[in-house]
Structure formats: structure tokens, C-alpha cells
Design a protein around this ligand. Structure first.
Ligand SMILES: NC(=O)c1ccc[n+]([C@@H]2O[C@H](COP(=O)([O-])OP(=O)(O)OC[C@H]3O[C@@H](n4cnc5c(N)ncnc54)[C@H](O)[C@@H]3O)[C@@H](O)[C@H]2O)c1
Length: 267
């Protein structure tokens, strides 16, 4: 059987990279993409260490650049023919600043990465999947997706709230295409990645003791979350789904079991 192909945006590190590893273990052709060539080549080197029948393509793609998105789709099609899965994963965190402390340029740029990048990429990949007659598009949600509000995260939260609305709409529009296209959301909970401490434009963020405690109680390593999400994506056959790692039940269990757990992920 022909290997299936997955494209993941923002996959040089963190959740995107861990999902790439899981797909490679399952013999997918894996297309990783990110903003920095050196990082993407390093990630490719790490993926090559995993035994697989699938191939790897590593491309620079800044999700805010339309030509990069088009190039990512074209190069993948030329090499592998069909794109079975597309994952909108690229994202940046907000550097814990209240809205009046941010420049208007910072506001626009964060929305461009966290919301508009996903929308433009979805437009192009949807066109492609309509031509192919099928495919699956998943998008990573985040804080704000469920309307929760935290001061200092208004831009990121607005973007992810928008992402959630957009993906629900996209799923309905996919039905209109009459093709076998699945659109879904990935809800990864809290993951111990660079994202928590290394925000937009590499602003280093000091974690307060309160935040460290929350992350230690609820947070998981990205490889744990990736394995769960990838298995669910591969087995899912329904449109308009949300694949949720940190369910309410799991969160309650994490709070209750915290003092007995030894794995303090953030010191
Ligand atoms: N870490 C968490 O707790 C958490 C929680 C909920 C949702 N998320 C979401 O999960 C996704 C992955 O986050 P992560 O924790 O792995 O973070 P990460 O910082 O480890 O990885 C994000 C990746 O996106 C890339 N990226 C940034 N700007 C880009 C651009 N313009 N074009 C292409 N790539 C770009 C980065 O270079 C990086 O490799 C993001 O969408 C994030 O919003 C993270």
C-alpha cells in the first residue's frame, strides 16, 4: 500500500515535531516546515534516526507568507502526489503583556501568525483537497478557544477563539464541497514546550511560582500528547470533531493525584 502523507506547520520543535515523529513511526511520508532553515534541517536529522518506510521533506514555511504556503503545497504534491493530512500547528505565545503595553505592530503580527496564517493555509489546502476529492485538515486550538480569559493573553486568546470559530465554519463549508474532507480541532491542554517560556519574538518569560504549579499539575510532555492526538486523527472518520487531550475528568484526576506524583516537570 502507498504511504500516506502528512504536512505539519511549525514542526521544527514542540508538539509539531513530536507529531511528525509519531507519523513517521507509522510509515507516513512526513513533511515538516518551520520558519528557520537550520532548525528544520536539525529536525529532519532527528526524524531520519527513526526507522520508517516513509520519506521526509523539510521545507521553510513562514505561515504568514502566502508564497511559502503555496510552495509547501506544491513541493509536497510534486514529491508525494496526494496530501492526506494537513495540520495547522504553527503558533506563538504572547509575552504576558497587557494590551496597552503591546505595540499595534505586535498585535497585528501575533494575529497574523496565530489566526490569519491558519485561515490562509486552510484556504489553499482546502482547494487542493477538493481537487484530490478527499483529505483531512486539523488545527491546534489553545487558550481562549473555550472563552477563558487571562489578563496578559488577550491577543493570543482572541486568535485562538477565532481559530475555533473558523474551524467549526470550515467543517460546515467542507460539507458543501461534496467531497470526502474531514475538518477537526486538536485541543492539546498544557504542554511543557518552549512555548511556555519563549514567547513571540523570543521574549523570555519568567514563570511565576503559581504558573509553575499549574503547569506541573496539568502540564504534559508534548510527546505524550502527540501520540494521543496522532492515533485519534488516524482512526477518526467524522467531520467537525474536536480531539481533546485534557478532558475535565483528566484535569480533576491530575489535581487529586498531584501530591502523590513525583514528576515535577518544571522546577
Ligand atoms: N504549549 C502549550 O501549553 C500549548 C497549549 C495549547 C495550545 N498550544 C498550541 O500548540 C501549537 C504548538 O505549540 P508548542 O507548544 O509546540 O510551541 P513551540 O513554540 O514549541 O512550537 C511552535 C512552532 O511554531 C513555529 N512558528 C512560529 N511562528 C511561525 C510562523 N510564522 N510560521 C511557521 N512556523 C512558526 C515555531 O518556530 C515553533 O517551531 C501552537 O499552535 C500553540 O498555540 C500550545
Amino acid at each position: 500500500m502507498k504511504n500516506r502523507t502528512v504536512v505539519i506547520t511549525g514542526s521544527a520543535r514542540g508538539l509539531g515535531f513530536e507529531m511528525a515523529k509519531c507519523f513517521r513511526k507509522k510509515n507516513f511520508n512526513v513533511v515538516i516546515s518551520d520558519i528557520n532553515k537550520k532548525d528544520i534541517e536539525h529536525a529532519k536529522g532527528e526524524l531520519l534516526k527513526i526507522k520508517s518506510n516513509g520519506d521526509i521533506l523539510a521545507l521553510v514555511c513562514d505561515i504568514t507568507k502566502e508564497k511559502d504556503i503555496i510552495n509547501l503545497i506544491e513541493k509536497t504534491k510534486n514529491k508525494f502526489g496526494i496530501i492526506d493530512f494537513w495540520i495547522n500547528n504553527a503558533g506563538v505565545n504572547q509575552p504576558d503583556k497587557l494590551i496597552w503595553e503591546c505595540s499595534s505592530e505586535e498585535i497585528k503580527k501575533m494575529i497574523e501568525i496565530d489566526l490569519i496564517g491558519t485561515m490562509v493555509a486552510s484556504k489553499y489546502i482546502m482547494e487542493e483537497m477538493i481537487n484530490q476529492n478527499y483529505g483531512a485538515i486539523y488545527t491546534v486550538e489553545g487558550h481562549g478557544s473555550n472563552d477563558a480569559i487571562i489578563p496578559g493573553l488577550s491577543i493570543y486568546g482572541t486568535a485562538k477563539r477565532g481559530v475555533t470559530y473558523f474551524v467549526s465554519s470550515l467543517a460546515k463549508e467542507a460539507e458543501k464541497s461534496g467531497k470526502d474532507i474531514i475538518v477537526g480541532k486538536l485541543s492539546p491542554g498544557i504542554m511543557i514546550t518552549d512555548f511556555l517560556v519563549n514567547s513571540f519574538r523570543n521574549n523570555k518569560m519568567e514563570l511565576s511560582n503559581k504558573n509553575k504549579k499549574i503547569y506541573n499539575i496539568l502540564g504534559d510532555y508534548p510527546w505524550v500528547v502527540a501520540k494521543f492526538l496522532v492515533n485519534k486523527m488516524i482512526s477518526n472518520t467524522n467531520n467537525n470533531v474536536r480531539i481533546t487531550w485534557l478532558t475535565k475528568r483528566k484535569a480533576i484526576w491530575k489535581f487529586l493525584s498531584y501530591k502523590f506524583r513525583k514528576d515535577k516537570k518544571i522546577k
